[in-house]
Design a protein around this ligand. Structure first.
Ligand SMILES: [Mn+2]
Length: 336
């Protein structure tokens, strides 16, 4: 990564911004984008949020706090408005912007990344506002605004709160730092309603949701003497239970981590396009980022993910075996 200017300088100097993030944006990615949009607007600039995907159902309420647009592959590159600088949130490689990547690469613009992941494969940025120790990308936008002396409006603070809470698992994970909590305290002090955000993000699932969670948990197998919990479900497995799609199922990761001997969780699911999406979580010092990287993904030490080509039934055994071997090696290393 190279950075000749700062993110703040580019925000002050340029006039038109395009804000985007990774495919299947999560609460942190979306929260960071919304806060950045407000920051740009507070500086009197033009800004557009354009994502590779529409808002996931659980984050649909965020449309109230900022205008989210999603890229429609059928409509072509013209739907991407002209811009002077591109801001990419919560990911440091353009390849993770899916169908937007070729368009973003073709446009001459400044490129800025705002991210808190372990820095990855070289992408060239004009400015990198990256801090691996930050609890969330949304936190970084909040900090950037503060450094620039810009007061964010309440909608932006709500977006930052969504970013902070979703990426820290509601202040339970190891990224729940003192900085995360003091930012949250200020945000709540400014009037963001904690219970309301919780209700919107975690208590608005459709009636089929628990059925889908049950179907996923029904595939559970323990590996590596119970240290690895694996669940894997394809679209047929859901359809058999009358569930069409399970957009949001990350709660199974919490259920499996609640099991005493489980150190690592591997959750494999089949995406609409037949690809395999993998989510990895670690409770202790097993590094899931390292394992995810071997599968072509990445993330953090305790939370990481990857996507692989299908077909699902062919891909799963190999991924499961490699994960099992990695956990076994880690266990052997621990025994010394
Ligand atoms: Mn994040």
């Amino acid at each position: 990564m190279t950075s000749n200017a700062s993110a703040a300088e580019i925000l002050r100097r340029e006039a038109r911004f395009l804000i985007t993030g990774h495919v299947r944006a999560d609460g942190d990615c979306l929260g960071a984008e919304a806060a950045l949009w407000h920051l740009a607007r507070a500086l009197g600039k033009e800004a557009t949020i354009l994502n590779p995907d529409p808002l996931a159902e659980r984050y649909a309420f965020l449309a109230r706090v900022a205008p989210f647009r999603s890229y429609d592959p059928a409509a072509g590159p013209e739907q991407v408005p002209p811009y002077d600088a591109l801001f990419v949130c919560d990911v440091a490689v353009l390849s993770r912007t899916g169908p937007l990547e070729p368009i973003l690469r073709a446009r001459p613009s400044r490129r800025v990344v705002v991210d808190h992941h372990v820095p990855d494969r070289g992408e060239v940025w004009d400015a990198a506002y990256v801090d691996e120790s930050a609890p969330a990308s949304g936190y970084l936008v909040w900090r950037l605004a503060r450094e620039m002396g810009v007061a964010l409006p309440k909608d932006a603070l709500e977006a930052v709160f969504v970013a902070l809470t979703t990426d820290t698992g509601w202040f339970r994970y190891s990224n729940t730092s003192a900085l995360a909590l003091s930012a949250a305290a200020e945000i709540v002090g400014a009037g963001v309603d904690v219970a309301e955000v919780y209700r919107r993000v975690y208590q608005q699932f459709p009636p089929h949701w628990p059925v889908g969670i049950g179907a996923i948990l029904g595939t559970l197998r323990y590996r590596a003497a119970g240290a690895l919990a694996v669940v894997a479900i394809d679209r047929r497995g859901l359809a058999e239970r009358g569930v069409e799609t399970m957009e949001d199922a990350d709660e199974v990761l919490d259920v499996l981590r609640a099991v005493g001997p489980v150190e690592v969780v591997l959750f494999l699911r089949e995406l609409e396009d037949g690809r395999v999406k993998g989510s990895l979580r670690s409770k202790g010092d097993f590094d899931v980022n390292e394992l995810a990287r071997r599968f072509g993904g990445g993330g953090h030490r305790k939370a990481a993910g990857f996507e692989r080509p299908g077909p699902f039934a062919t891909a799963v055994p190999g991924l499961e075996k490699e994960a099992e071997e990695a956990v076994e090696r880690w266990r052997a290393g621990r025994r010394g």
